[in-house]
Design a protein around this ligand. Structure first.
Ligand SMILES: [Fe+2]
Length: 229
């Protein structure tokens, strides 16, 4: 994916998010140079910030997701059983843009339709090995009410509605009718290790540098700030 396209998606996403009255924190707007000079451990180590992904497939409009990690706790607090155990993201699923089938091992997540179109979520329960169970009925909490669906059923969330996805539950999602602003409230999040995809696919974009980055992506931090990779 070209950097110029990433920059364009950041600008469009920022305007879309603001149109709902949600404003991102100050560090969202720091330049790459500022990020490098200030080198805030609380942002870089927790991997907060912009995350524009085409899952490494180079067709963002069909397969992709806009994410911004607003806050993220500490994995070591999870084993202590107290502390900052939570995370928050704001995301955009464009109309008919698929986020592919995946599950998490550690993370429980509430996926919230914050506005726009309908959010469609395809769901499967795991079998004993954690693989997709194509027969088992799906049971998920939606705003305090348990919803039952057949395996592979499509849960459609209108603005204001949400679903709780416990670790292991397989999910893929996309916007229907219009782009959707999505909130995610979850357990501490490690995107480097805690995404298991049904099909072999990457989690991050590989970027072709055709212009300077407007803002660094989380996946740029190692290379731009630490000079690794
Ligand atoms: Fe997920």
């Amino acid at each position: 994916m070209k950097r110029s396209r990433v920059n364009e998606i950041i600008r469009e996403g920022d305007a879309f998010i603001r149109s709902f009255g949600y404003v991102m924190p100050p560090f969202a707007y720091w330049s790459p140079g500022e990020m490098k000079t200030r080198r805030p451990a609380g942002i870089i180590d927790s991997r907060l910030g912009w995350d524009i992904t085409d899952y490494g497939q180079g067709k963002f409009d069909e397969l992709g997701l806009f994410l911004f990690t607003v806050r993220n706790g500490r994995a070591e607090d999870l084993s202590r059983g107290k502390g900052m155990l939570y995370a928050e993201k704001i995301m955009i699923s464009r109309k008919d843009q698929l986020s592919p089938m995946h599950r998490h091992v550690v993370k429980a997540e509430d996926i919230i339709n914050r506005g726009g179109g309908k959010l469609v979520i395809e769901l499967f329960m795991p079998d004993e090995e954690g693989n997709i169970d194509r027969n088992r009925e799906v049971e998920v909490p939606t705003d305090g009410v348990i919803r039952k669906l057949p395996a592979g059923g499509l849960l459609k969330l209108d603005p204001g509605e949400s679903v709780t996805l416990l670790p292991g539950v397989w999910h893929a999602f996309w916007g229907e009718g219009a782009d959707v602003l999505i909130g995610e409230v979850s357990t501490v999040n490690d995107d480097l290790t805690d995404n298991i995809f049904a099909d072999p696919i990457g989690r991050f974009s590989s970027i072709e540098e055709d212009e300077a980055p407007l803002h660094l992506l989380v996946s740029d931090y190692d290379r731009f700030i630490d000079g690794k990779g």
